[in-house]
Design a protein around this ligand. Structure first.
Ligand code: CTP
Ligand code: MN
Ligand code: MN
Length: 531
């Protein structure tokens, strides 16, 4: 027995004589927050009628579901009432220009929807919920998928993790072999699969999907058929891969250095610590705090560090703006570091700020390592020269007191100082005091703090929107934004500006939305930039 009022069936509803597009109906915007963003519902109006469609739309929105007014890539469930699967497919093809080469959204009966409303959450699809599709060719529907990551919406809800993990290993291995082309090919293939709103279970659904080369397709096919891919398994077993992956996981160590150590016969962190190999200051710190730095930073830790940074910055410049960027801005729940962007509405006020802030935090015992790079100097192990920017920044390692993570009281001004860690309580401050490579096991176990990598970037206000876009990532998303700008708009994009080669001028922007608009792209919010 349906929960909801049912519209009287119109005799002619089955005929396509409706004056308006039956797939696009009235839909109230509904101000309720979306609770289940991973599910995108599209209600087919045919045989449902517009008023019932509006009613159901509103109901679902009130319960926190995302209901799309139009068919799009973000739709995961096409819900219809009294239609066969074939009929719905025909409609989607005719009315929405949906082509068959893209992704599959599930075609489901209204029963699934009604049950979800009753449960107040999205329910797993059962066979009885799915509409029958008799024509095999029509089983695959979709809208075209762009080969540019900046034209796709990629959330963290990856439906193809088994496949993307395998491709990621091949990408990593290519990177460790300094094979840029293969690195990009596997990274792009993995990214495309991340953007699909469905789980790939057979090769046919990948027909016509861009960025999947022969090699990647072979890997996918093997995993779908055999559960694993021999090539991936052999990479995982490979000693060079294992060692280089281990060494490049040390802060300050790039592929070339890792390879050199590997060729010199080193295999483990302990062997490296025991060796007489000359290390840079950065590597010294990376090795000293290695065990902490490989533990992912949590969201709670990132928020706490945000408060510490804000406290320190506002000491010197109370109206400065501090923004969390990087993976955490994309709503990741953990990361390898925490990235902050710092600016001030009055341009010029931010100059010199980083030195004051870092010096003060050092005196408070909050910093284990810092490396301030002034403007045009860069030293990250990044593959892509144009990705470098010229901001004043600080690559640092924070000393984060463990208990503060759990019982921080926000907005208590005096709390900030109490977060400071007693300098003498530490076990060595690389870059400031001790440079011992070996942290004694006992000291490591008993310590009440954790070393955390933090990047602080200072951006002049006029470049702030570009800096924010550039430092939010993901890396592939950034890369494709630049590629798109160059190829389609004849514009040069970086983390400072956008230059229009045709008009021969820079295009100012105060917000990320304005930058997307300059590029003629739909705005993609940070949470959908996880390409
Ligand atoms: N970035 C940059 N220039 C650098 C370093 C990083 O523009 N010298 C950008 C990267 O393109 C990325 C963002 O800053 O988009 C954050 O970089 P990073 O911290 O390395 O990656 P995250 O996406 O934050 O991943 P994680 O959560 O693991 O830190
Ligand atoms: Mn980061
Ligand atoms: Mn970073």
């Amino acid at each position: 027995m349906p929960l909801l009022p049912r519209k009287k069936r119109r005799k002619d509803a089955a005929l396509s004589t409706e004056p308006r597009d039956p797939l696009v109906g009235g839909n109230s915007p509904g101000g309720t927050a979306v609770k289940f963003g991973e599910v995108g519902i599209f209600l087919v109006e045919r045989r449902m009628g517009s008023s019932r469609r509006s009613f159901l739309t509103e109901l679902a929105q009130k319960k926190g579901f995302r209901v799309e007014e139009h068919m799009s890539e973000s739709v995961t469930h096409v819900v219809s009432e009294n239609n066969t699967g074939d009929e719905v497919l025909d409609l989607l093809e005719k009315q929405n220009g949906v082509c068959r080469t893209g992704f599959t959204a599930a075609l489901v009966d209204i029963a699934w929807f009604t049950e979800c409303m009753g449960a107040g959450r999205p329910l797993e699809l059962e066979t009885r919920h799915r509409l029958q599709v008799t024509r095999v060719a029509a089983a695959v529907i979709g809208v075209p998928i762009s080969p540019y990551a900046c034209q796709r919406r990629t959330t963290l809800n990856n439906k193809n993790r088994l496949l993307t993990d395998a491709l990621k290993i091949l990408a990593e291995n290519a990177e460790l072999c300094e094979s840029e082309g293969r690195y990009l090919a596997f990274t792009r293939a993995s990214s495309i699969l991340k953007s699909l709103p469905y789980n790939v279970t057979r090769m046919e659904v990948l027909q016509g999907i861009p960025s999947l080369g022969d090699h990647s397709r072979k890997v996918i096919k093997e995993i779908l058929e055999d559960g694993l891919c021999r090539e991936v398994e052999s990479v995982i077993q490979n000693a060079r891969y294992q060692t280089l992956k281990l060494f490049t996981s040390i802060f300050g160590v790039g592929v070339k250095t890792a390879d050199k150590w590997y060729r010199e016969g080193l295999r483990t962190i302990d062997e490296l610590r025991a060796s007489k190999i000359k290390l840079t200051k950065e590597q010294e710190a990376g090795l000293l705090y290695y065990e902490d730095l490989i533990v992912p930073v949590t969201r709670a830790e990132a928020d706490l560090i945000g408060q510490i940074v804000e406290g320190a910055v506002h000491r010197f410049l109370p109206t400065a703006i501090i923004t969390l960027a990087g993976g955490f801005r994309r709503e990741k729940q953990s990361g390898h570091d925490v990235d902050f962007l710092i600016t001030h509405p009055e341009e010029g006020k931010e100059e010199g700020l980083i030195y004051q802030v870092i010096s003060w935090m050092v005196t408070q015992g909050l910093i284990l390592y810092d490396d301030i790079t002034d403007n045009s100097y860069h030293k990250l192990k990044n593959k892509e020269p144009e990705i470098f920017d010229h901001f004043t920044k600080c690559f640092s390692i924070f000393k984060l007191k463990k208990e503060t993570v759990n019982n921080i009281e926000p907005n208590r001004p005096n709390n900030r100082d109490s977060l400071a860690v007693n300098v003498t309580g530490g076990i060595g401050l690389a870059g400031h005091a001790e440079t011992t490579r070996q942290v004694s096991a006992a000291a490591a176990r008993d310590k009440n703090w954790k070393a955390v990598r933090v990047d602080l970037v200072i951006a002049p206000f006029g470049q702030y929107a570009y800096a924010l876009l550039g430092w939010t990532g993901s890396q592939l998303f950034e890369r494709d934004l630049r590629r798109y700008a160059k190829h389609f708009k004849h514009m040069g994009l970086n983390s400072h500006s956008l230059f229009d080669n045709e008009q021969n001028k820079f295009l100012p922007a105060a917000t990320e939305e304005e930058i997307f608009a300059h590029l003629g792209l739909d705005y993609i919010p940070p949470r959908e930039r996880n390409a």
